[in-house]
Design a protein around this ligand. Structure first.
Ligand code: ADP
Ligand code: MG
Length: 142
C-alpha cells in the first residue's frame, strides 16, 4: 500500500478543550507520522478559501464563524493509505453517528463542532497541504 499524506485540522472546539495533545497521541498510536504541525488562528479569508467547496451550503456562514473563533492546529499526517485510514480514525461527520473510539465520537460535540478536519481524497490532500504549508516545510527527508 502506498505511503500517502493527508491534512488534519484540530478545530477550535477541540483546541479550546485542550484536546489537541490527546488527538495527536491517537494519531501517532494509529500509525501516523506527524510530518508538520503548527498552531494558527484562521482569518476569515483563509477559512472561506479553505472551505470554498461548501460556499453554497446553508451551514457555510456558521462553519466559517466556528473555524475562525479561536486557534486551530494544522498538521500533515503520513502513513500507508493515509487518506482513507485517517477518515476511518476520524469518524463520521456527525459525532453521534461516528463509530466508537473514533476522534469525533470521543471529542466532537455536534455535526458542526466535530473536533477535526480530514482530507477526503488524495488530490484534495495535496491541495489542502499546499494551502497551509510551503513545500520546504513538508519536503520528504532526503
Ligand atoms: P467532513 O468534515 O466529514 O469531510 P463535510 O466536508 O461534509 O464533512 O463538511 C465540512 C464541515 O462542515 C464539517 O466537518 C462540519 O464542521 C461542517 N458541517 C457539515 N455539515 C454540517 C451541518 N449539517 N451543519 C453544520 N455544520 C456542518
Ligand atoms: Mg469534507
Amino acid at each position: 500500500m502506498a505511503v500517502e499524506r493527508t491534512l488534519c485540522i484540530i478545530k477550535p472546539d477541540a483546541v479550546e478543550k485542550k484536546k489537541a495533545g490527546a488527538i495527536l497521541q491517537m494519531l501517532e498510536a494509529a500509525g501516523f507520522t506527524i510530518v508538520a504541525c503548527k498552531r494558527t488562528h484562521l482569518t476569515r479569508p483563509v477559512a472561506e478559501g479553505f472551505y470554498a467547496v461548501h460556499k453554497a451550503r446553508p451551514f457555510f456562514g456558521e462553519l466559517v464563524e466556528f473555524m475562525t473563533r479561536s486557534p486551530v492546529f494544522v498538521a500533515v499526517l503520513e502513513r500507508d493509505n493515509a487518506v482513507a485510514k485517517y477518515r476511518e480514525v476520524m469518524g463520521a461527520t456527525d459525532p453521534a453517528k461516528a463509530d466508537a473510539n473514533t476522534i469525533r465520537k470521543l471529542h466532537g460535540a455536534s455535526v458542526g463542532e466535530n473536533a477535526v478536519h480530514g482530507s477526503d481524497s488524495l488530490d484534495n490532500a495535496r491541495i489542502e497541504i499546499g494551502y497551509f504549508f510551503p513545500a520546504s516545510e513538508v519536503a520528504p527527508v532526503a
